[in-house]
Design a protein around this ligand. Sequence first.
Ligand SMILES: *Cc1c(COP(=O)(O)O)cnc(C)c1O
Length: 366
Amino acid sequence: MKRVYNFSAGPSALPVPALERAAAEMLDLNGTGQSIMEMSHRSKDFAPIIRNAESLLRSLMGVPSNYAILFLQGGASLQFSMVPLNLAGVEAGTPRKQAGYAETGVWSQKAIEEGAKYLNPVVRASSKDRGFTYIPQAPAPDPQDAFYHITLNNTIVGTKWAELPETGAVPLVADISSCILSEPLDISRFGLVYAGAQKNLGPAGVTVVIIREDLIGRAPSWTPGMLRYDIHAKEGSMYNTPPCHGIYIIGLVLEWLRDLGGVSAVAELNREKAGLLYGYLDSSKRFRSPVEKKYRSLMNIPFVPVDEDRRKEIETRFVAAAAEAGLVNLAGHRLVGGMRASIYNAMPKAGVHALIAFAERFEKTL
Ligand SMILES: *Cc1c(COP(=O)(O)O)cnc(C)c1O
């Protein structure tokens, strides 16, 4: 069997022990004689699976008891709509509300664009002036803001918030799709966080929402049932058929993470892995990181050739030769080009060493 080192930004590599367990349990899960994909979500066999995933997530992330954990669908992208709709949507014929947004990359821009359909988004901080290569100072939000939205880790440009903004009574909302469970996070600082599963948590098709209970139940009456946090919370994420298989895999990934020592242990590993790669980039004469040091992501590490004139040619060659060597999906996002190594929790340190060794060999061909 062949396994590559997969540096994809998402869907991305999953821990091998979780995949092996899923393979072993495929035909007969827990003695039921069924696979997870064939099982009724209302059965006594599925109930412990979803509750296990939820309670592991609660304990690993230290989610306080006054927050609900929801397993939804529609990706992180649907949260760009659900957040403004539920937290600041208004009844027909009444004036719009406003919310604050930090503009730190493409995903944050999509959140702003979508938010504009339900409210007046006010960009309170932006790093657009320098191609999103840093995180802007965030001024205190206006008390009128229904929430303040940030993208905690910017997957495409490879930045992360070094400190959380102070928002007073305004609920802080964060897209944590590409950094969930990568480092300890104080959930009590947030009103709501959300993450598509396919970066650091499991397969595509599940979105985790963690919401403070007092923010549940604010959706206007015209909100479609499937888009209401209150309905999903009341039904324990089983208002309709949940993404059973994805939730099951998340449970396996969380068990792997627990056995590894939890979030602080994986954070230590993540800092080590990112440190190795940034260390290489900072000493290389051929490649460099475009991101300001203070705001560098631990999860997504873009890099570009130093030689601007040959940039395109070097990138194409690098990505192809790396794939030949079993290091796949190193092309940067189509919007920014360059290379990008996504090194989520499941990427072993050996993968990072292999990438650096490859890049050093490649340099000699330039
Ligand atoms: C990948 C990603 C998204 C989009 O996620 P989908 O689940 O595909 O909708 C949104 N925000 C961030 C930060 C991401 O990394």
